[in-house]
Structure formats: structure tokens, C-alpha cells
Design a binder for this molecule. Sequence first.
Ligand code: SF4
Length: 329
Amino acid sequence: MDRLLVRLPNWLGDALLARPLLHALRGAFPRAEIRWVSPAPIAELLAGDPAADAREAWPQGRAARRALGAQLRAWRPDAALVLPSSFSSAWFAWRTGARVRIGYAQGGRSLLLTRALRRGPCGERHLSDEYLELGQVMGASACAVPPLAVADQARAAAHELLRARGAGEGRAVMLGPGAIYGPAKRWAAERFVELGRWLAGEGGQVLVCGGPGERELCDQVARQVGACAVALAGETSLPVQAALCAIASLAVCNDSGLAHLAAAVGTPTVAIFGSTSSAWSAPLGARVRVVQRAPVCSPCFQRRCRIGYRCLTAVTVAEVARACREVSA
Ligand code: SF4
């Protein structure tokens, strides 16, 4: 293998769960040129990761995607690994002309792949192991994965942002009350407020973070936690958000990209799960605690619940506080 292409998932959390595969490929093919294709913010986040030689941003619009396909075809990849489960991602791999195309057989795309693997029931194996299997087909094997590196520039920008928002240089904890997926992944905002007040009582700043669509929620939580809390949702790029995660001594988030990011940079992380399966997609990291109360209907993978969000209401503040103490110990 001289040239290896990897189409990464579009969701931040899933892309970070692909890191064991990416490092396994680097280990198995140290001299190969490895390129990843991912949404631009993820490409920017992973820019410092030595497991790739080049990162291509997945463009918007058909014409730009056709142009990227043509550019990669001219590069002549020996193999393409397709991590997203969509038909279009397998189609894209086929258009690059890669001789070997490996992915899971789903969505009617087996004819586009040269190795279409059977996927077991969701949650039977962790998603990172499923991704790793795609590399194992080519002889790659699991290896140690270093924490995600935070660039100096991003760290400086994070400190600058904290200074600008009046946050001190002392201890900080992070709350991530959002989840783009939907309310069936969101623990109640008032419970985040109660937890935030308890954490603030332990000393330090509370950073309430999230994406641009979570500004209102984060503002509301920060306001109710009190003067020691600052809302930063939508104010950073992913590298700067990673730096904020690294600055924090603890992160408490819903099952979201932010939880995966905090875990990836090595911050002690508590992840609260609702409708999805922690056995399948818990964040990876040496210091991660999952809090999940799974009723008989779990996991349903629904974005909204019709029967009262029992999986989330069963998770108490006391239980999450206990997980915070354990993971920080
Ligand atoms: S159906 Fe069950 S697992 Fe799904 S969101 Fe509702 S309570 Fe949670």
C-alpha cells in the first residue's frame, strides 16, 4: 500500500472514535501516504495528528465534490476505507478509482465495495472496534492511541477568550448541556444548573460550552449557575474548543461531540447517556465515566421520546456528582 484514503464520519464524536483505526493504519503502513477526507472543521481539528499526511475537507456542493473525486483519482489511491454508512460515501470511494474499497455492507452499496463486511447488531461491539475491523482486513492491528494534541496557537486563543470573558486563570470545569442529535440525548438543563452550582462550590470557573445552535441553552445554564459561570457556546473553532477542554480539570457533557472531544484530549470526562447505547459509542479515554440508567426501552436511538424520557429523568444530580468525584480522583 503506497497511497491510502480514509473517508471519515461526518459527526465529530464518530470521527474521534476512528482514531484507533487511523493510528493502526499508520503503524501498519509507516511509509504509505495516508489521506483523510472529513468535514472541514474536523480536518482542522485533526491537523496536528501525525497519523495522516494530508487531510481533505469534504466540500459543499456537487461540483466541488466531483472536483475532489477527480483530484483523488489522479492521486491513484491503492485502497479506500469507507467509515460512514451512507451509499454516497461508498460511491465517492468508487469514483476515486481506489482498487480496494472496504466498508460495511449496508444501504445497498455492496457492489461499490470490494470488501463489504457484515455488521453485527448495534452495540454488540464498540464503534471504534467496528472501524478498526476495516483496517484489520488490511493487516493493521490495534495500538496505543495518544491523546489528541492541542496546538499552541489554539491554547493561546482559548486563554485569550477566557481573559476576554472575565474568566480567571484558576481551576475550571466544563459543562456541555447540549446535544445536536435531539432532546432524547439532553439531560435536563435545570439538573446541569444544580450540578454547576455544586461544582462552583468546589471552587473555580464553570465553562458552559456547546455549538452555535446551543447558545441559548448554554446562556441560560450559565446565568442560573451564577457569576462564576461563563457561556462560550458557538464562540470557538473546534481546535480552540479542544484547548478549552484541555484547560478544564473536568468535563460533564451529554452524549455529544463535546464529550468525545474532552475525553480525546485526556480531560476527566463524565458522559450522560439517554436514548443511545454507551456500549456502542461511549467516549474513548483513560479517564471517562459513563452515567446511564437504561429502562427496558433502551437503547431506542430516538431523537425524541414519546413516553417521557425515563432514561434521562432517572439520572440524578447526586449520581453524576459521584461520577465527577470518581473520575477526578
Ligand atoms: S423510549 Fe426509552 S430509551 Fe428511548 S428516549 Fe424514551 S425513555 Fe429513553
